[in-house]
Design a binder for this molecule. Structure first.
Ligand SMILES: NC(=O)c1ccc[n+]([C@@H]2O[C@H](COP(=O)([O-])OP(=O)(O)OC[C@H]3O[C@@H](n4cnc5c(N)ncnc54)[C@H](OP(=O)(O)O)[C@@H]3O)[C@@H](O)[C@H]2O)c1
Length: 272
């Protein structure tokens, strides 16, 4: 069965409307890239489309040196939110350098070291958008307290962040986080009430891994022969399992959270 995301989307849009009503100017977001490949261009094109939908002024900044640009845009009062496109090309800096440098008040993706730290202290405001998306969808399906949740994948922006937020006191799920070296994945997933899968392997998760009645949040976005696939196999798309679709599931909520965060950043910008 497909997990519907409309209620989650509605709540986010309500939040955007409330913030919008408090703003007197159009929020401004920039996406900085030192690596404008065709895949990045296509992703940023979809960002522009959704930014336009919510009335956000959006620009792409192409640069050879993101660090130099961040030093400038971090303090530019005209810019509310900054998105740094990955993968990075310039070898003079790594993702952690960007995470240390990015102004936390403009960190709409929730990836700065400061905002990550706040998340660990259970003070969520700007948190990694994809992880927030997965959790919002799951929370809309079940009360998380005491549930066994297996997170497949430990990337900082998705798996690890989702695991940290799931086990915080006001959610209190029991979380198992796995990685590519995990030996007994099937044993773990078979006992799960819910699984969040974020590994980047098309249709990896099959019926062999999952018992009936399990909720599955599919984060994967994978292209195979020009076609889009999640990390979940189509054999799980039947009435006995609950699954977020790809496309139209986690990705849709993630982009809306990103836009909501531009509005939040605009409010922070006014207060500074
Ligand atoms: N929908 C959205 O909004 C959105 C946003 C971001 C990403 N994504 C998609 O989500 C997927 C994951 O993205 P990511 O950024 O988290 O990827 P990533 O940085 O490549 O991390 C993948 C993680 O999966 C783990 N892994 C790989 N094979 C595994 C296996 N067989 N069993 C258990 N763990 C395994 C890796 O383990 P090791 O650490 O041991 O290598 C790694 O921790 C991709 O398809 C990406 O395109 C979607």
């Amino acid at each position: 069965m497909i997990i519907k995301i409309d209620k989650v989307l509605e709540k986010l849009e309500d939040e955007i409307d409330i913030i919008k009503s408090k703003l007197i100017k159009t929020p401004k977001m920039i996406s900085i890239s030192d690596n404008l490949t065709s895949a990045t261009r296509s992703y940023l094109k979809s960002q522009k489309k959704i930014a336009n939908k919510y009335g956000i002024d959006f620009s792409v900044i192409e640069t050879d040196d993101i660090v130099k640009d961040l030093n400038k845009y971090n303090n530019d009062k005209n810019i509310d939110g900054i998105f740094v496109s990955r993968p990075l090309k310039n070898k003079n800096y790594q993702e952690i350098d960007i995470a240390r440098l990015l102004n936390p008040n403009k960190d709409i993706e929730g990836l700065s070291v400061y905002n990550m730290g706040e998340m660990v202290y259970e003070n969520e405001y700007f948190v990694p958008c994809t992880a927030e998306s997965a959790i919002k969808i799951l929370e809309n399906c079940m009360d998380l307290e005491g549930k066994n949740i297996v997170v497949i994948g430990r990337s900082i922006n998705v798996g690890k962040a989702a695991a940290i937020m799931l086990e915080r006191k006001n959610r209190s799920a029991t979380v198992t986080i796995t990685n590519s070296r995990t030996k007994n994945l099937k044993e773990l997933t078979m006992k799960a009430d819910a699984v969040i899968v974020a590994i980047g392997k098309a249709e990896y998760l099959t019926k062999d891994f999952i018992k009936e009645g399990t909720y599955i949040i599919d984060v994967g976005i994978n292209f195979k022969n020009g076609k889009l696939f999640g990390d979940v196999s189509k054999d799980l798309y039947d009435k006995n399992y609950y699954i977020t679709p790809v496309p139209g599931g986690v990705g849709t909520i993630t982009s809306t959270i990103l836009m909501r965060n531009v509005f939040r950043a605009a409010i922070k910008n006014i207060k500074q």
